[in-house]
Design a protein around this ligand. Structure first.
Ligand code: CA
Length: 599
């Protein structure tokens, strides 16, 4: 057995409190390396014969009264197997070790002090057990329960709808001009969103993620001038309040974008620094490496300022980085976080460039939001492995680009093989507690990526196949505005084209497909959140991929033909399909087609 591959860490995604006082325990081993593994566990103080003992009692006349539970192989990646079990200990304290049996039948005990040859006395004396000292619910990861039912809809407000031409910026482009440049304005606003709430209701989505709406000179508004004002080109606070109320009436949650890593260079704080240099009362609000600081007058200069004397977002002189370790900056930003929750009743914050802001600040941010509203959702923009932010004291979830990227890398870009995609997906699921995976934000595209239909080279069948596959996975899907009617576009600014409202130009077939998919996701929300993941068929030879999700007696099977020839077989209870011929139980799926069925 490869003992070096054995891995476990208490109070992490390998051992955590789950629902109703239960604990999930995971163990990683090398792939196909062991026959079985049992968890040996009990209250640390549960000794026999002498009654109450102490946790370190090694008196040979006493022995630890432990329970045994066989662990199940949950998922595998290319090099490892992950075993998991769920246990409860009524006393809310737990010591535990693992008894691992290798392929030759030889047994080992994996303890907090390493791997030892098996001896029953090790268990009876509770030698070097791992420990969960007390089940503190207050420290547990809690996801707001409403998030698992969500299908989000992302709106880039400048491009969704122009509901009020009186607030338009100067020289707006014609809405029908589908070639946005970096600095262009089209006049989209909050009234436009209010006017089209029924479009979202008809589509079936139940939450809106707004890109920034606070006062800022650009069309994207990721360079905030004033976090306490709605941008005048978007509307007023009264209008935003009405918009949230009307959204809530229709069952739609509202998530705003907080850009706290950096501020816009037109903000009064940064302007004061430029004017007064080290004597500015805001000098410590930023990361200035040497004085004097010199800004940049050229609004188009976004990428080429590597000789700045202050830290910025990327190398953008227009976005000086905020010093979130400074108490005054913290107080200012936490006030903003609370203000929009208390005064406008928003349900969630999305945090821009969240990984470049310190953890100490995010812990305070979390406490502030929790105090302001129950079941508040915090979504961080993190594109890579995100465990440090997802332990329960910072974010609820991250934008799951690592997960959806693996899907796209196989189905669309063909950069990785089918087994590599499955390995990457399983790996992602094993990076987080189960509850975390259920509330991840699964977007295939956004304002920061090419449109997914464009990634698919406008192959609608491929697009539908990948969307259906993504909706079958744990996590809340998100539709980027316009995807549902066939809006296309490459990397930004092209992915920020104006929404298509002319019904003759909308793709009605895609819209009907999305309506069905969203309805399917909502009807099966519990199963898709909590159900097991079982890769039933993984065939590289004919391209068939079959994923089963199961919860109790309910199950869903997704069958995807990623190959070049039609495939056939028996499936029953078809719920959704594309490019499939269904003849009673017999189903034929063409290339790029799929079927989601009950059995
Ligand atoms: Ca307008």
């Amino acid at each position: 057995m490869n003992t070096a591959a054995l891995y476990h860490r208490p109070e992490s995604e390998f051992c955590y409190l789950y629902k109703d006082g239960s604990v999930h325990v995971r163990l990683r081993t090398a792939k196909d390396d062991i026959q079985s593994v049992k968890l040996i566990y009990a209250d640390p103080y549960k000794w026999a014969s002498s009654g109450v003992g102490n946790a370190d009692n090694t008196n040979s006349t006493n022995y630890w009264v432990y329970e045994t539970k066989k662990m199940k192989k949950l998922l595998s990646d290319e090099t490892s197997d992950f075993y998991q079990t769920e246990v409860t200990v009524p006393t809310k304290r737990m010591d535990y070790v693992f008894v691992v049996e290798d392929q030759k039948g030889k047994k080992f005990v994996y303890t907090d002090k390493g791997v030892l040859p098996y001896k029953k006395s090790l268990l009876k004396s509770k030698y070097a057990a791992f420990r969960l000292p007390y089940f503190h619910q207050v420290d547990a990861y809690h996801a707001p329960s409403w998030v698992r039912d969500m299908v989000w809809y992302q709106i880039f407000p400048e491009r969704f709808a122009n509901g009020d031409t009186s607030n338009d910026p100067e020289k707006v482009k014609d809405w029908s001009d589908q070639a946005p440049d970096r600095q262009d304005f089209y006049g989209g606003d909050l009234q436009g969103v209010l006017d089209h709430l029924d479009h979202l209701v008809d589509l079936g989505v139940n939450g809106i993620y707004f890109c920034p709406i606070f006062k800022s000179p650009t069309n994207h508004k990721y360079d905030t001038e004033d976090y306490l004002e709605i941008d005048p080109h978007f509307g007023t606070k009264e209008l935003f309040k009405t918009l949230v109320e009307e959204a809530h009436k229709r069952g739609l949650k509202v998530m705003l974008d907080a850009v706290f890593n950096h501020i816009g260079d037109t903000s009064p704080f940064w302007q004061d620094v430029l004017q007064n240099q080290e004597h500015s009362k805001y000098a410590a609000w930023f990361h200035v490496n040497s004085w004097p600081v010199v800004g940049d007058e050229d609004p188009d200069n976004f990428e080429n300022s590597t000789n700045l004397t202050f830290d910025t977002f990327a190398f953008t002189p227009h976005m000086p980085k905020l010093n979130t370790a400074n108490p005054e900056v913290q107080a200012h930003l936490l006030h903003i976080a609370e203000y929009w929750i208390r005064e406008f009743d928003i349900d969630a914050w999305r945090l821009d460039v969240a990984d470049e802001v310190d953890h100490q600040f995010w812990k305070k941010f979390r406490t502030t939001c929790d105090a302001a509203k129950k079941d508040f959702y915090i979504l961080g923009e993190v594109w890579h492995s995100s465990q440090p932010w997802l332990n329960g004291d910072e974010f609820s979830a991250v934008m799951n680009y690592a997960y959806t990227g693996a899907i796209s890398d196989f189905f669309v870009k063909r950069k990785i093989s089918m087994p590599q995609m499955i390995s990457a997906i399983n790996d992602q699921l094993m990076l987080y507690r189960k509850e975390t995976s259920t509330v991840m934000f699964n977007c295939l595209d956004s304002h920061d990526t090419p449109r997914f239909l464009t990634e698919c080279k406008e192959d609608k069948n491929l697009f539908k196949q990948v969307e259906a596959f993504t909706y079958l996975n744990p996590g809340s899907p998100c539709i980027y505005y316009g995807d549902e009617v066939g809006l296309t576009g490459g990397m930004d600014p092209d992915c920020r084209r104006p929404m298509i409202w002319d019904e003759d130009k909308q793709d009605k077939d895609l819209y009907a497909f999305f309506k069905d998919l969203v309805a399917f996701r909502k009807e099966n929300a519990e199963l898709l959140a909590d159900g097991t993941m079982d890769w039933c068929v993984v065939s590289e030879s004919n391209g068939v991929l079959q994923l089963e999700r199961k919860l109790g007696k309910k199950r869903l099977i997704g069958t995807f033909n990623t190959g070049k020839k039609a495939v056939d077989g028996d499936l029953k209870g078809v719920l959704l399909s594309n490019r499939a011929k269904i003849d009673g139980k017999h189903v034929t799926i063409k290339p790029k087609g799929f079927v989601i069925s009950r059995g």
